[in-house]
Design a protein around this ligand. Structure first.
Ligand code: NAD
Length: 504
């Protein structure tokens, strides 16, 4: 019987009861304490920052243990720094973000006033992915807390050590009824996404994104879906090959390609391919040397993903691709440590799995084109990507690519860097996601932007009331060019008039 179970057993046996109970507690606390004021939100943001900065070594160790090996520098740069700069931006701007936007109503309603109030939606559920297990869970918490919400977080079960540390640190930084971490397996994620939250922010695959949206639909919970997909890097004929190669390699092999906005594949002009491949190999060799011995190179998070990489390469090879180790012949996969070396795949074709599914790892297919429109058609024939990268010096060519493609975000002449900008909305489009967060956009996403119309004591609108007559006719003439004799038309004649009008 559930009543006789210990709390932890109950979590495992009936996650929906445990989670619903937490949600009720958070709702009740929010109702009782009222909307968190400016000071409470600032204190929360500072507590979050302290939890990150005071425990850097533990975070680095936990993430590295989850991956088998993850560079300490990459954890601090791509996780702790990214979230801390989001927090700093929120602290800097929170007062102005919270201020209602007050404006005069448009002239037709003058002298009334309109205002937009930014109110917390309530309790926000955050479901994160494993690949940046700090950033993707605590990043949305920044926006949610800044907007005055209470938050429940469900980290991925594939980064369990980081998830456990997060639960520990957050439980010492916040009351459970304010911000809490709910750990467990996929059944916990499923129960979590079925709760009647006031908003869900999900980061993960497009496949699971559909499940989350279906579950949320049962309670009409609004969702932000931060999903994945195949993000192309297009190298134009006016690109500087060495620079493009260095920046593609940096974006691709950071975290061993396990980055949602990593360039998934390259589209390069036929005539430039060999030079680009040579430059990529030079750059990777220079960055990682003997990759097997290099702590700067991250390993693959778990056995199924590691095996998936082997299968992708075998499939491509079988179907005619040329496979090149990007850092020299000595770099081979190391099964025992789940280390998969940077690998280039030349002559990829559409029947290969590497061109059909998101790679999410250190394999880089390099496809050629003969004219830029051919490259853009290829991109536009597929799902809208989360990110798109274009390398080329000519501004007209840059604009042409920007105008003729649609993606979640774009970086020109580099990779990844549109993501950590607090002044840019981050999010996908269509199959790569919906909604945005980061900076002010996160604050807005987790707020109800409540419109308020404040009428004045004397209002012209009071005259627009039945029985309609001269004043109403004049008003409508000014507003829409209304002809007063139109009001005399009998209702019964209306369909005939519409027909006559269509035939004119
Ligand atoms: P995933 O979709 O497998 O899992 C993400 C989360 O969903 C996990 O917390 C998991 O517990 C939960 N989940 C899994 N099955 C579920 C179910 N049936 N019901 C409810 N919840 C469930 O994704 P992943 O492997 O953790 O991450 C990789 C994917 O995430 C890639 O596609 C990547 O591009 C994408 N991603 C996107 C962003 C972004 O910001 N757009 C960032 C990182 C990763």
């Amino acid at each position: 019987m559930a009543a006789e179970l210990q709390a932890t057993d109950l979590h495992k046996a009936k996650p929906e009861i445990w989670l619903n109970d937490l949600l009720s507690k958070q709702r009740k606390a929010l109702r009782q304490a009222g909307t968190p004021d400016y000071k409470k939100r600032i204190d929360a943001l500072k507590a979050l920052k302290k939890g990150l900065l005071d425990h850097q070594d533990e975070w680095v160790a936990a993430v590295s243990a989850d991956f088998g090996n993850r560079s300490a520098h990459e954890t601090v740069l791509a996780e702790i720094f990214v979230v801390v700069s989001e927090i700093d931006d929120a602290i800097k701007h929170l007062r102005s973000w919270m201020k209602p936007t007050i404006e005069r109503a448009v002239w037709q309603y003058a002298p009334a006033v309109t205002k937009i109030l930014y109110q917390p939606k309530g309790v926000v559920g955050v479901i994160g992915a494993w690949n940046y297990p700090i950033q993707l869970n605590l990043g949305p918490v920044v926006g949610a807390v800044a907007a005055g919400n209470h938050v429940m977080v469900k980290p991925s079960e594939l980064a369990p050590k980081t998830a456990a540390l997060m639960e520990d640190i957050i439980s010492h930084s916040f009351p459970t009824s304010y911000v809490t971490v709910c750990n467990g397996d996929v059944d916990v994620s499923a129960a979590f996404s079925s709760l009647a939250f006031d908003h869900i922010c999900f980061t993960g695959s497009t496949r699971v994104g559909k499940i989350i949206m279906r579950n949320a639909a049962e309670n009409l919970v609004p969702v932000t879906l931060e999903l994945g997909g195949k993000s192309p890097a297009i190298v134009g004929t006016d690109a500087i090959s060495k620079m493009a190669a260095a920046r593609i390699a940096r974006g691709k092999f950071l975290n061993a390609g396990q980055t949602c906005v990593a360039p998934d594949y390259v589209l390069v002009h036929e005539a430039m391919r060999d030079q680009l491949v040579a430059d990529l190999r030079d750059k990777v060799a220079q960055a990682y040397g003997n990759v097997a011995e290099n702590d700067d190179y991250t390993h693959i998070v778990c056995e199924p993903h590691y095996q998936r990489h082997k299968d992708l390469v075998a499939d491509a090879q079988e179907k005619g691709a040329t496979i090149i180790s990007a850092c020299g012949g000595e770099s081979v996969p190391d099964d025992a440590r789940r280390m998969f070396p940077p690998t280039l795949i030349l002559n990829p074709t559409d029947d290969m799995r590497v061109m059909q599914e998101e790679i999410f790892g250190p394999l880089l297919p390099i496809k050629t084109y003969n004219a830029i429109d051919e490259a853009l058609d290829y991109v536009n024939d597929h799902d809208k990507p989360l990110a798109l990268y274009y390398f080329g010096e000519n501004k007209k060519n840059q604009d042409y690519v920007l105008e003729n493609t649609l993606s979640g975000g774009v970086t020109i002449n580099d990779t990844l860097y549109h993501l950590p900008q607090p002044n840019l909305p981050f999010g996908g489009v269509g199959p790569s996601g919906m909604g945005h967060y980061h900076g002010h956009f996160g604050f807005l996403e987790f707020s109800k932007q409540k419109p308020v119309f404040i009428q004045s004591r004397l209002s012209f609108l009071d005259l627009l009331t039945p029985p309609y007559g001269r004043i109403m006719n004049t008003a409508l003439r000014i507003l829409v060019g209304f002809r007063s004799n139109a009001a005399k038309v009998k209702v019964a004649n209306a369909p005939k008039m519409v027909k006559e009008k269509r035939n004119q």
